[in-house]
Design a protein around this ligand. Structure first.
Ligand SMILES: Cc1ncc(COP(=O)(O)O)c(C=O)c1O
Length: 341
């Protein structure tokens, strides 16, 4: 199959309209089978629940080209499961999990010409989303829903690829409901937009959110979980009910333990502990693993010495093993890699 004529190496993390998307509808208490379509526009009533009460949620995963030319995706069943949890929390009917995985496969296969080639540094980002579509004016959930999956080829999330990024400790909390836990991907990202633009204007790449109750423990950033490495080579990741349960982070915990023999601690992490860590990184589907060079806590700068110019040695091993598994260079644990074509 002929690939699209794209400068894959210079893609950034932005939307490109591709040829096909998946769409399914929920009406009279049930989902239809859905289909692959070409029309990228969504036309809805002005009073659709998604516009009035933001009844919508999304997921994010990627498809990769392996060294031997197969197109695969990484643990889509976990995205299906997390979207189900989000839907339940937002009173939306989840799209059945097995059909979710089949739909991901179908839409990636249809757009195979848009999947960046192996070694290009780019990947195909897959964005499933679900919304309440019928008109409501009193506060209530919709009775009709649309589930869609769009795909778009993307480059690195942070400008400069694997150059260490800088973060500030945020004075803001995100959406209040996030603090109530269990919102998962359904947290309202619009509540973080002012803060991310402000961080950029102040010269930072991202915000570090603290737990809204005590403001003493580390939560996550706007679009990724944290990982830390202790001086003696342990992986530590923050445990909190109010952060997104990152699939990348959960996978890295397995990679560290089973592939790299690193001890793993998943526990609350105090802001005051940061200066004791040797390495810090952000992890997520979009961020992959992005090394953090420094964190600024209201003027006090915490630098991670081994991450100032490049990735620290443990972060690098984690990065290479994870991406090796995703690109088919390293054997994956059972069920992690789903072959598409
Ligand atoms: C707020 C937030 N945290 C963490 C993550 C990482 O999750 P995952 O590894 O499942 O992509 C994301 C999404 O990429 C996110 O938006």
């Amino acid at each position: 199959m002929e690939k699209k004529n794209i400068d894959w190496g210079n893609l950034s993390f932005q939307y490109t309209r591709t040829d096909y998307r998946f769409v399914a509808h929920y009406k009279d208490g049930k989902w239809d089978d859905g289909e692959i379509i070409t029309d990228s526009d969504v036309v809805l009533s002005e009073c659709a629940c998604v516009f009035q009460y933001a009844q919508t949620c999304f997921e994010g995963l990627k498809a990769y080209t392996t060294e031997d030319g197969r197109i695969v995706c990484f643990r889509p069943d976990l995205n299906a499961e997390r979207m189900r949890d989000t839907c339940i929390r937002l009173h939306m009917p989840p799209f059945p999990e097995d059909k979710f995985v089949e739909a991901v496969k179908a839409v990636v296969k249809a757009n195979a010409a848009w999947v960046p080639p192996f070694g290009s540094g780019a990947t195909l980002y897959i964005r499933p989303f679900l919304m309440g579509t019928n008109p409501v004016i009193g506060v209530q959930p919709a009775t009709e829903y649309e589930f869609r999956i769009l795909v778009t080829p993307v480059g690195p999330y942070f400008k400069g690829g694997v150059k260490p990024i800088s973060i500030r400790v945020s004075d803001y909390d995100r959406a209040a409901p996030q603090g109530t836990g269990h919102i998962k991907a359904g947290l309202n990202y619009a509540m973080s937009l002012y803060n991310i633009m402000d961080a950029h204007a102040c010269g930072y790449d991202e915000n570090m959110y603290l737990d809204p109750k005590t403001r003493t423990t580390v939560e996550e950033t706007g679009g990724a979980n944290f990982i830390f490495i202790t001086k003696d080579g342990k992986l530590v990741t923050p445990k909190s009910e109010s952060i997104l349960p990152s699939i990348t982070r959960r996978s890295l915990m397995v990679v560290a333990e089973k592939y790299l023999n690193m001890p793993v601690e998943h526990r609350p992490v105090l802001l005051s502990e940061l200066e004791d860590f040797a390495e810090c990184g952000l992890c997520g589907t979009a961020a992959v693993i992005s090394p953090v060079g420094k964190v600024n806590d209201h003027g006090k700068e915490i630098a991670f010495p081994s991450g100032m110019n490049d990735m620290g040695p443990y972060t690098k091993k984690l990065y290479e093993t994870l991406t090796g598994i995703q690109m088919g260079r390293i054997e994956a644990p059972e069920g992690w890699i789903v072959e598409i074509c």
